[in-house]
Design a binder for this molecule. Sequence first.
Ligand SMILES: [Zn+2]
Ligand SMILES: [Zn+2]
Length: 384
Amino acid sequence: MPIKDYFKILGVAEGADEAAIKKSFRNLAKKYHPDANPNNKEAEEKFKEISEAYEVLTNKEKRSKYEQLKDAQSRGFDFSQYAGKGQGARNAGGQDFSEMFGDIFSGRGGSKAGGFEDLFDMFFDQGPKRGFSQTEYAQEGKGAKGEDVNVRIEIPFALAMEGGETIVKVPRAIDCDRCRGTGAEPGAQVSQCEACHGAGTMQFSQGGFVVNKTCPRCGGKGSTITDYCHQCHGSGESQEIRKIRIHIPEGVKEGEKIRIKNEGNMRSWNKERGDLYVVFKVEKSDTFERRGDDIYFSAQVNMATAILGGHMQVPTPEGNIEIKVPAGIQSGTSIKMTAHGAKNIKTGKKGNFYVKVEVETPKAESEEEKELVRKLAKVKKWEI
Ligand SMILES: [Zn+2]
Ligand SMILES: [Zn+2]
């Protein structure tokens, strides 16, 4: 992916000042303007090229970045591995790139304002991140890692709290067995793609570069066929269901996911399996309520215990435990039990367990009971 020489395109010396660039551009623009050259494809291309060169070289920021790239190229840096891969290349190779150029670019790779990301976007303006599907990326990078697979599973509240094991059914993309992943019906004529002559990629001019992109006609296969596979209708893809035993981390909560390496998709052009992501959905509990890593439980306390204090048994996800009820507790008060909540799968720390006390008001059924309450009211000077 050699960088275009904008100075040469405008017919000016390297390092030319803005006045010289403007002057040269005006002359060339007059010569190649579409109005002056109706139906002339070559002139049209030339006009686009000089406009682009002019736009970059007369913009201080763009020019500075362009010159940095050009300088990098003259020192032997090969940009070709970054061409035509868009987002994927940035994730996979972007880091090395930015590390190498950390001294040139003010921002580190991926950072905003002046960083690698900006620079990349600028010169890959109509970049491959638009209009290229995930499958095309995969086909383009033959030998790359397979696609990741996501599955969702729903587990009971108690299992999420304790952790454990379960088996998940994972639908994985594999090569169609009828056509062995080619998409061609056995016996069909396979001919070289006319557009890319079998290369699977084509060169496109983009921003300041000539980049290789997946051939739009054959989708990167390099060949076209007369009859598509009757089983997969040309996709070359089939599906298998794998049963995979997974470990459920203790304390996993709704929406959290775990990664299981190398259990994702693998097609014939992949060297390595993608990863499997298992996303958990946790059933609600009738007994407990989880908020973050804290667990809430509502307990009924009789009036005598509320007034005099005492002990009570409460269920927790770890089993029953006895808690102390302080004398004179008010209805609605919560008793906190530190670190008896749910375990956070990232930090390994446990949340708290809260017992929300609800004091039961008894009904006075007999005359004796009523008399006792009246006595208490008299001592307490309650108005009734
Ligand atoms: Zn097939
Ligand atoms: Zn092609």
